[in-house]
Design a protein around this ligand. Structure first.
Ligand code: HEC
Ligand code: HEC
Length: 130
């Protein structure tokens, strides 16, 4: 009976599809978490972080020591580290709100700091309005 075997074949096909999905989904779910970052990925992330830090230092006109106790780069002991972390978020907020380098300049530390740790931010007195 050709009709019967065709139905069987499509049943088999459906079964195989279900089986494939059932096997693939757990693998996809497990794979990223069980496979920790490879050594080269860690190294690349570190290199990128160092590059960001070199840019910050240049844009503020300081060295790493202004923000870091070099025995522990994660330490937030220094005030400049804490302010730097806040300003990193401010800068990201500006980027997220359109200053992303597409239609307007991309926000960065230099935009406000201009190579100085303490940028002038007060408008100087004006003779007409004083
Ligand atoms: C303006 C302050 C500032 C300067 C200058 C600075 N850093 Fe940082 N650095 C930070 C902050 C804030 C973080 C944390 C960033 C975060 O939480 O994503 C950080 C993170 C790091 C980290 C990652 C620490 C970790 O393991 O989580 C390294 C490494 C580092 N800095 C190295 C440097 C080096 C090297 C320099 C000089 C070239 C430098 N930094 C200059 C503020 C600074
Ligand atoms: C929207 C403007 C703006 C941006 C962008 C900005 N800053 Fe600032 N930052 C300031 C102003 C203004 C001051 C001075 C007033 C103050 O100390 O709060 C300052 C002060 C600081 C100080 C403290 C200096 C001191 O010793 O008193 C640090 C450290 C700093 N900024 C780090 C950063 C870093 C790192 C970035 C980039 C990730 C950044 N800032 C981006 C405006 C900005």
């Amino acid at each position: 009976m050709p009709k019967y075997s065709a139905a069987k074949r499509s049943d088999l096909k459906r079964f195989l599809i279900v089986l494939a999905v059932a096997v693939t989904i757990p693998i996809l779910l497990i794979a990223p978490s069980s496979q920790s970052q490879s050594a080269s990925e860690v190294k690349r992330a570190e290199e990128e972080m160092r590059e960001v830090m070199r840019v910050w230092s240049r844009q503020l006109g300081v060295t790493c020591l202004t923000c870091h106790d070099t025995s522990n780069f994660r330490s937030d002991k220094l005030a400049a580290f804490k302010v730097g972390k806040k300003h990193m978020k401010i800068t990201q907020t500006l980027i997220d709100n359109g200053m992303d380098g597409k239609k307007s300049p991309k926000a960065d530390c230099f935009m406000c700091h201009r190579g100085k740790l303490k940028p002038d931010y007060k408008e100087p007195p004006h003779p007409l309005t004083q």
